[in-house]
Ligand binder design. Sequence first.
Ligand code: GLC
Length: 426
Amino acid sequence: MTADLSHLDGEARRILRLNDKGGYTVPTAGLYPYQWNWDSAFAGLGFACFDVDRAWSELETLMSGQWENGMVPHILFHRPDPGYFPGADIWGTQDAAGKGAGRVASSGISQPPVAASFAWRIYQRDPEAGAERLRRMFPGLMAFHRWFMAARAESGAVAITHPWEAGRDNAPDWDAAMARISPEGVAPYTRRDTGHVNPRMRPTKEDYDRYIWLVQFGRERGWDDAAIAAESPFRVAEPTLTFTLMRACRDLRLAAGVLGEECAEIDGWIARLEAGAETLWNPETGAYDSYDLRSGQLAGAVSNASFLCWWGGLDDRRSRPTLARILDTARFALPSFDPAHPKFDPLRYWRGPVWGVMNMMAAIGLAEQGLSTEAARIRADTAALITENGFAEYFSPEDGTPAGGATFTWTAAIWLAWASPSAGEV
Ligand code: GLC
């Protein structure tokens, strides 16, 4: 007999309401007091389980921050909050007004483009309520993807200009690229994150100095994509952006189908991304990896993003043995970094902990490609982590220790939309 977990559905709904600031949802109070791009799209998916109208307004508020060049920023600073660093003043995006920045104060980089995928899922929950809203959002989503393909996909795979753009801030994938930066000229600053969360669970000072150095680098170039692409020492093609964009293009294509829109441009993007993904394949690790466009080196990193290939829509047989090895070694799937690697750290953010959002995408992709046993394992582990340890930001893959922020929006969202027994077959 399966346990009755319906009280957790209520708790998850309560968390979404708690973090709802009116039209947008913060990831968690205190640590992240603004609207984050991909967190918000996950929030929309969670809201769709009980309030479809609110789900659409979450995405609409996100898209209201879109720049004229199509970029949708990784943070929208709707209301100033002294508890977060670096805020709008440090990003200096108002100087990038020529790009249409500034309607909503924002950061100058983007994040994994899952918005189209979740708009499509929200639409499917209630096509009648969603048809008009999907139609209105479609051009913005097209522009967002077009911007990614033009500004970040010169190698076919999608590249980041800052670790925050991948959403995997301190992943070992960028250690070598980050080490090449000497963070001279970084203005003195005070971190705020370590006032909210145990520093052991957060990036190091060395990482932070470089994060801020890269923000200053972009600001000094007026957030000009071409200048940053030409001059920055940091440019890494990587699997989170590549596979989420590949999936988002496929979902946007489905949306185009019901809206009677043209698909040829989207088909071209999908073909380029599929070819680009090959440049991330690492035969030595047997997994999709990150590729440093400056050094021409693969990172040798087996991460949870490596296993988004199925979510991207690839029927990838080569990755199966590596996934099997990771599932065998981790008590709780999926660790964000290979537990057998010396750099693995079970509590430090993207260097080991389990993240529910990555699990959801990996498992749905696996199930779609017929790997239902692996998908069920990942889902059961995610449900166990949340049931036993609450709606934490992330969890130790060794013993489930909850880590980072608590009452976390996207953990609540993936519970409702996927991990909860009430989500049914997904
Ligand atoms: C951290 C995560 C990132 C997320 C943000 C807000 O920076 O690495 O993926 O979007 O927090 O939750």
